[in-house]
Write a protein that binds this ligand. Structure first.
Ligand code: SF4
Ligand code: SF4
Length: 446
């Protein structure tokens, strides 16, 4: 990667309509659907069966491997079904459906964990069910595991929230300063060799920058950086480079660059869990988009259907043409309004039929804007060309050569393309083909 002053150079509309709206709490849901894979890694394994009575915060599925995460009941009630749920990537995973009894009765075993060293902090993060809330879904305990090795000297706290519309992290920074403060205190006490804490916040959130600077004005280990509002400022590798000037080596993790990146809301949630023992059963979701009657932030039980969330939020003012998990740059289209909000759902954005119309694509004019926009210096046109090759070996060789697996699907290339080429969609297809090929090859070797 050649050196740039800053990575990321795409200007996208901010549309942070809900930034000044403290979240409203959805106290209950009629039922919730909790898929066993709401994180990267092995799906969790159900610990309940159909007909069981469950309470709020009760473990209903345990982590099934080192990279996995437990899941807790987000309402009290009865397990109605354990069914197959198809994720947006086409994978089918079991999902537990709980019909609420309307009481939100708390599980008796909720109690703060004992945290006295790095190991117990990591174990607390594991038991909390916390995964990367910014969208990636990487189990937080696995990330924190690098603290044990003493290789982390810098923590980057991700408060960039660069995706249009989404303001759930913004609200954490404005409403939950105390928990963020306690989260940093936990890392200072049990985080090993950490020397520096850097908040990365886009400068279009001046209130958040001010709030964090005031909160940590007496802590000279903490720096709050105001970053240009250029997308994708919150992408992990981009944020690391723009805050520390360190580059994560290809195929390696941030810990290989001595950095731990943690989302600002995740940090607050760890602190809450350590104080209360209440695992991750709810999250703040921004409900917005031009079809939404009253955009707002909603603290919703995990597993509530999009339909119920929208109804609670005041409904739609126009027929929905497209419903996204997330924002318009990286969001994934929901197949149905019955799909559930999961741990990684930071927003539900609903667009009218008119604004969801596909724009016709035309031929590539070789302008190079997509290459210039890519924060990772990739060449997305090569992936589209590779997909057009008839011979599979040629396709695979080309995708390997141009390193398609590095693509983080930020969507900058598609966004800037004057010919409306579906570049990020092609990148996803290309990654899928290469992933399948690699899995098949390694199976043959075994
Ligand atoms: S989607 Fe991939 S190829 Fe396109 S700009 Fe983002 S990282 Fe680069
Ligand atoms: S931005 Fe679009 S038109 Fe320009 S080179 Fe890339 S794919 Fe071709």
């Amino acid at each position: 990667m050649f050196k740039r002053k800053l990575l990321g150079n795409t200007r996208v509309p901010h549309r942070k309509n809900t930034a000044d709206m403290p979240p409203v709490r959805m106290e209950n849901a009629s039922e919730v659907l909790l898929p066993m894979a709401q994180h990267i890694g092995a799906p969790a394994e159900p610990t309940v069966k159909v007909g069981d009575e469950v309470k709020l915060g009760q473990l209903i599925a345990d982590a099934s491997g080192p990279v996995s995460s437990p899941i807790y009941a987000s309402v009290s009630g009865k397990v109605k079904t354990i069914e197959q749920y198809m994720r947006s990537d086409g994978r089918r995973v079991p999902a537990v459906r709980i019909v609420s009894d309307g009481n939100m009765t708390l599980a008796e075993d909720i109690a703060p964990p004992e945290v006295k060293d790095t190991d117990s902090l990591i174990e607390a993060a594991r038991r909390s069910g916390l995964v990367g809330l910014g969208g990636a879904g990487f189990p937080t305990a696995v990330k924190l595991d690098a603290l044990r090795k003493g290789i982390i000297d810098t923590v980057v706290i991700n408060g960039a929230e660069c995706e249009p519309y989404i303001t759930s992290d913004t609200r954490t920074m404005l409403d939950d300063g105390e928990w963020i403060y306690r989260g940093i205190a936990l890392l200072e006490t049990y985080g090993g060799n950490i020397k520096k804490y850097i908040f990365g916040i886009e400068k279009n959130k001046p209130k958040c920058i001010k709030a964090m600077r005031e909160l940590f004005e007496r802590n000279d280990k903490v720096e709050v950086k105001s970053l240009p509002s250029l997308y994708p400022q919150g992408a992990e590798k981009v944020l690391i480079y723009n805050t520390t000037k360190r580059t994560v080596p290809e195929g390696k993790l941030p810990s290989d660059a001595g950095v731990l990146v943690i989302n600002v809301t995740s940090l607050a949630i760890i602190a809450k869990y350590v104080s209360t023992g209440m695992p991750l059963v709810e999250r703040c979701v921004t409900l917005d988009g031009d079809a939404v009657k009253e955009p707002k932030n909603i603290i919703a039980p995990i597993g509530v259907s999009i339909r119920e969330l929208i109804e609670f939020g005041g409904g739609l003012k126009d027929k929905a043409g497209k419903v996204l998990f997330g924002g318009p740059m990286m969001g994934i289209a929901a197949c149905s309004l019955d799909e559930p909000v999961i741990k990684t759902t930071g927003a539900i954005t609903v667009f009218t039929e008119k604004s969801s119309l596909a724009v016709p694509e035309t031929a590539c004019i070789h302008c190079g804007r997509c290459v210039n926009a890519c924060p990772l210096n990739l060449n997305p046109t090569e992936y589209s060309k590779a997909l057009d090759l008839e011979n599979k070996e040629d396709r695979i060789a080309r995708l390997e050569k141009y390193k398609v697996m590095l693509c983080m699907e930020c969507g900058c290339c598609s966004y800037v393309c004057p010919a409306n080429r579906p570049l990020v969609q092609n990148n996803r297809l290309a990654k899928g083909e290469l992933r399948e090929h690699r899995a098949h090859s390694s199976m043959l070797k075994d």
